[in-house]
Design a protein around this ligand. Sequence first.
Ligand code: G4P
Length: 524
Amino acid sequence: MAFEKEIKRRRTFAVISHPDAGKTTLTEKLLLFGGAIHIAGAVKSNKIKKTATSDWMEIEKQRGISVATSVMGFEYKDTKINILDTPGHQDFAEDTFRTLTAVDSVIVVVDTAKGVEAQTRKLMNVCRMRKTPVIVFVNKMDRLGKDPWELMDELEKELEISVRPLSFPISQGDGFKGVYNLFENNLSLFEAGKQELTEATEIENLDDPLVDELLEDDADQLREDVELVEGVYPEFEMDSYLNGEVAPVFFGSALNNFGVRELLDCFIKIAPSPRPKQAEERIVEPTEDEFSAFIFKIHANMDPNHRNRIAFAKVVSGKFERNTNYKHIRLGKNLKFSSPTAFMAQKKSILEEAYPGDIVGLPDSGNFKIGDVLTSGEELHYKGIPSFSPEMFKYIENADPMKSKQLNKGIDQLMDEGVAQVFTNQFNGRKIIGTVGQLQFEVIEYRLLHEYNAKCRWEPISLHKACWIESEDEAALIDFKKRKAQYMAKDKHGRDVFLADSSYVLQMAQGNFDKIKFHFTSEF
Ligand code: G4P
């Protein structure tokens, strides 16, 4: 019973946003509420500067600091909250995609003035694919932004999800007075620059004269807005939210610590505790006695004196215990961990046990790949962690003929870590590295040299997209591969990949070969 209670009280989620919308600030305020940190500004060191800097060493330095804060666990009102941090820099978007496979829900932060931006849209596509429950936090209400009603329409259209406001702003910008909490039916008034919150003002209903007293001219507008919300939007339904069909929307200002408590208090009530997970063999319930977990992230230590890596495991079922033998399914061998790491707020500490929903840091000297599974013994394979069609491509060549073994080993290991994707061109046998940003090429080159003593050289290749192909019609597939022989490659698992050199070529191929399915993620 105690075991089930532990699972039920866990909330594992990520805060996602387009850079600059306020993800770091909101995360920090959530930690402040949880008592996990005591001063604002503590998480800032974790922030990867989002400017398109090519100084990736600087970024890696910051990433180094961020190991401790990659997962931030804390207790709030008898709930164990695990926030999984996602890198702000868009060149590490793939990292974020993978982290999303380990969360049970997300909070999307949107800037009230900018609305839905590119990165938010992309991340939301991933959430939709996985039916992840989503809560939207409209931030920076202390600044002049879009009209809340227009913004709500934009959210629905751009995020392709129904929305349901659970709080509503009272004016905005300089005139921002606070939010009305539609979930609890109370009023929170805003005072700019506040670092801690006073209690929300409880009011029985909006006809209360106190509302006029407190809000003066804005009282009637609020009544109108709230009436309209109740009239326009259907009643909030938990199930629709949990199925990823409806996103509750909150308004506030993270910087001013406003609307954050409304968000957090509602979050712990409605956000899901760890959910069952589909393995290739069967669905695994978190409440099962037998332990299972999967690796969703590997963090390499850039310091050459401390080469080992940390593999991040999400516990899916059963209880994880220190110094216990677990089966590494891909390698078919047992491993025991003497110093697994727990992540509580900003401290790392040795962990004795962990429950479904928790993230365990496993020191690793090269045993793990992204997607690996650990269990008490059962042969389980959790559905892979998807890779997405990369957007930038270069041929990677060996610049030192004496070191080709080192180079290949380096490429293999870096790809296992998920730094980028490698494709082997079937026509000329050359290796192509695909990334989502320029930075990864620099990371790969540097790490190959410093960790594997191998030198690489990049050569340009003009490619628009790499997409995975399949067909139920074997003959059609063979025909396609023959006709497009120059553009066929294999990914690291040996699957067929079509390299389209322009969007026109891709469109033509999709039009001309209707028996072939083109996929833009590796999981289909
Ligand atoms: P990110 O992690 O999503 O990239 O965003 P981050 O929290 O770093 O916030 C981006 C900028 O927006 C920061 O300003 C931050 O102070 C500001 N900000 C966050 N929430 C609010 C809000 O509610 N209202 C207003 N007015 N601003 C907000 P910066 O100047 O880039 O950084 P800093 O010098 O303040 O650290």
